[in-house]
Design a protein around this ligand. Structure first.
Ligand code: SF4
Ligand code: SF4
Length: 758
């Protein structure tokens, strides 16, 4: 994996196409070494602003539902809408061209500009023009293209591709822009402040606007009933691009078409808030070109008549529309919320977590849809944490798209005797046995964990041997630098059986609610004491609890793109749980990633009839249940769990798991800890960076630890005001990451509560 190239010497364009895995790994090294501070600062600012802006929207959920419905209907009726749009554009006096491919779009635009003898074109920000490589096609025909968006201008000077869909140069710090301009332009100007840089660029661009023969814009949405374009922007350059030159060409993907101008309002509410967190961008233009007002003419020149061309681009979108998985990506309104809420994206940005055009969690589907599946390789950086799902204004299940891309990539692999034998031994579904050994190993973690726990002393001794770690790294890609938690001597199931046999487990009063605690494999084989603590907390709170058999739930398999294996495991687990669900039993799930499986992912894995019997609300985090029952009965939890009795003190730093927050099951823990008298500081990171098996993989270890740095820094900051805090976290992965990164003991909230009982 090590290469001799200094990461700082890698140009983003060299690693834009990640169909070769080495390009992805080089891109991660380059972004971590050069771009990460600026990417973090900017994405995290957008992220914070989005949370604040959407919290002020009383009808946020309804708006999201409406936006989703508009897009679903539009994509479903797309052929009819395109037909209607063509008629509207022509009735307005414009021209309409539907390009099947990128090459046809480029040819149409180039020929049109040559017919108009255009020498200089001003262009507003358009990711679709990046997709079709329009600038390259025009420049090859001798036409100069001037990017007028400040960020696009910077990238044109630097010869780099965008790293973000709405803030293309977000990876640049102000200092790097100053250095770039000084290197590329002959100037004595200081260019040391944002104002000086903007003024410098504006003066260059003003001359281009005055001299331009044509303007090329994109479009956020296009209304079929009127031919109206909607564009949102911050700088006003797009408005000038569309209104100053006599020839205006708007290019957009066919998925941008919606039935009517009245649909725009919903998206005007959602787009800026979801992107930058602004209630409204500085400029929102709705126009029906060609405009009636005369075009701009420099002093002494005559204004030319206006001409408007709408170039709609298919380039794979019709295929995506027919695709049972990728069609969902067509609902995307390119707001960037999924990029800004993604911990991996926040750390490396779109030059690593992105391809030649599209980036972030949704980017893989777009690269695969408009290019080739291999172009979507960077979607490996999606850990399935689900933080983006609740942030997407059109409710796209982004991790599910990426898991499917991964499955398709697995299916593209050649089979081998070793992979088949390993798959058969570990329980991979027959169709998943083509997946690489690393994926099959992590997908079937429970098989290895079960054996390792049976002989825990031996397993712990062997897995510490350097040559064994080296072997594991070479064969299944488990990074040797990652600390492995020891295997316990007894599983959760065994500890529970011992407790029952000894008669130590007290039961709550007869008639108390009865719940089933699901013995997930991560807790069963990894942290059985934590599982026992959860059961004790439930009983102390007056809830009787039974422990289920321990079966794999499919989480590990789905994250490796081994969907057939995940389906197989989900089916077996559903058979075990259905009798309980039919009786109306509440199922408590300690591991948040498994809770998220039951609440959402199983919709994809189970057949419709079985899924109907899986009511989301019946699956609860144990502390979610404790709080709701305590409120129902008026129980004072501080009378049961007194923080002052804890040997760990009352000062706590609490990190909730990413999927726990996506399931809206985290605030209850914080409330309970505070009710019991703990002084709780919470983390604000989207994910700890470990994300199941992600942080164990050799190729992603550095990225995982870099993501974790934000969390470690927050723990340190919380301790600056008066000494140590007990570090408490809710997920197995978070425990492993905090333990590895800080060398600190990490507790689960249920263990902290049990510690108060003496
Ligand atoms: S699921 Fe998590 S890792 Fe994947 S794109 Fe969404 S936020 Fe990023
Ligand atoms: S997938 Fe959703 S969150 Fe991401 S850019 Fe598209 S609309 Fe925005």
């Amino acid at each position: 994996m090590a290469t001799l190239v200094n990461p700082a010497d890698i140009n983003p364009r060299q690693v834009a196409n990640k169909s070769d895995k080495k390009a992805l790994l080089d891109a991660i090294r380059m972004t971590l070494s050069v771009q990460s501070p600026a990417v973090r600062r900017n994405t995290q600012t957008f992220n914070r602003n989005r949370y604040a802006a959407t919290a002020l929207l009383p009808d946020y959920d309804e708006l999201k539902d409406r936006a989703r419905q508009i897009k679903e209907n539009a994509i479903s009726n797309l052929p009819e809408l395109l037909f209607q749009l063509e008629a509207s554009v022509r009735a307005n006096g414009g021209h309409f061209y539907l390009a099947k491919t990128a090459a046809k779009a480029n040819q149409y635009i180039r020929d049109l500009l040559l017919r108009h003898e255009a020498k200089l074109v001003v262009k507003g920000k358009s990711i679709t023009s990046e997709e079709i490589k329009l600038n390259h096609a025009l420049e090859a025909a001798g036409i100069t293209v001037a990017e007028t968006d400040l960020a696009e201008f910077i990238l044109q000077v630097a010869d780099e591709q965008p790293s973000h869909i709405i803030a293309p140069a977000l990876h640049y710090s102000r200092e790097r822009i100053t250095a770039l301009f000084k290197r590329k332009f002959t100037t004595d100007l200081p260019l040391d402040t944002g104002e000086e840089l903007t003024k410098f660029a504006r003066e260059k661009l003003r001359a281009q606007f005055i001299a331009a023969d044509a303007g090329i814009s994109g479009a956020n949405l296009i209304a079929a009933d009127s031919g109206s374009l909607m564009l949102v922007e911050s700088e006003g350059n797009i408005r000038m691009t569309m209104t100053l030159p006599p020839l205006h060409i708007a290019i957009a993907g066919i998925e941008k078409v919606v039935p009517s101008r009245t649909d725009f309002g919903t998206f005007i509410e959602l787009l800026p808030r979801s992107g930058t967190g602004q209630p409204l961008t500085s400029y929102v233009s709705i126009l029906h070109p060609p405009l009636k007002a005369p075009s701009f003419a420099a002093p002494g020149k005559t204004a030319k008549p206006r001409e408007f061309h709408l170039v709609l681009i298919d380039n794979g979108r019709s295929r995506m529309r027919e695709d049972p998985i990728l069609h969902e990506a067509l609902y995307c309104i390119r707001c960037s919320a999924c990029l800004n809420s993604c911990a991996n994206f926040e750390t490396v940005g779109g030059h690593a977590f992105g391809g030649e055009t599209y980036s972030g969690g949704i980017g893989g589907s777009w690269e695969a849809g408009t290019g080739t599946l291999l172009n979507a390789r960077f979607s490996e950086l999606c850990t399935g944490c689900s933080r983006c799902v609740t942030q997407c204004p059109v409710r796209i299940d982004i991790p599910w798209l990426n898991e499917n891309l991964r499955q398709r990539m697995n299916f593209g692999q050649s089979s081998s005797g070793a992979k088949s034998a390993f798959g058969a031994m570990t329980g991979s579904a027959p169709e998943d046995r083509v997946a690489p050994l690393q994926k099959q190993f992590f997908a079937n973690y429970h098989v290895m964990a079960k054996e390792a726990t049976r002989f825990s002393s031996l397993s712990n001794a062997v897995t510490r041997l350097p040559f064994v770690r080296g072997l594991m790294e070479n064969v299944v890609g488990l990074d040797r630098r990652r600390k492995l938690p020891p295997f316990p001597a007894k599983t959760w199931k065994q500890l529970h059986r011992d407790e029952q046999q000894s008669g130590r487990a007290h039961m709550a009063k007869p008639g108390s609610p009865e719940v089933l605690m699901f013995a997930d494999v991560f807790t069963n084989y990894g942290s059985p004491e934590r599982g026992m603590a959860a059961m004790r907390v439930l009983r102390e709170a007056g809830i009787n609890v039974e422990l289920s058999p321990s079966l794999p739930d499919g989480r590990a398999a789905i994250s490796q793109g081994m969907i057939a294996t995940a389906r197989q495991q989900a089916k077996a687990l559903a058979e075990m749980l259905l009798p309980y669900l039919e009786k109306g039993t509440v199922i408590c799930v300690l591991e948040p990633s498994v809770l998220a499986m039951f609440r959402s992912d199983y919709e994809h894995l189970l057949d419709a009839t079985t899924w109907e019997k899986f009511p989301r609300g019946r699956f609860l985090d144990p502390l979610q249940l404790v709080l709701s029952i305590a409120k129902e009965r008026g129980t004072d939890l501080s009378q049961i769990f007194h923080a002052s009795q804890s040997p760990h003190g009352t000062r706590v730093f609490y990190h909730s798991h990413c999927q726990q927050r996506s399931c809206d099951a985290a605030w209850q823990t914080i409330e309970i800890l505070r009710l019991c008298g703990f002084d709780v500081v919470t983390s604000s990171v989207e994910c700890c960076g470990m994300a199941g098996s992600f942080g164990y993989k050799r190729e992603y270890y550095e990225l995982s630890m870099a993501v974790g740095e934000d969390l470690f820094a927050q723990v340190r900051a919380a301790e600056q005001d008066g000494g140590e805090r007990a570090v408490v976290a809710s997920g197995t992965s978070c425990h492993e990451q905090l333990w590895a990164g800080m060398g600190r003991e990490v507790m689960h909230p249920v263990e902290l509560l049990v510690s108060t009982l003496g």
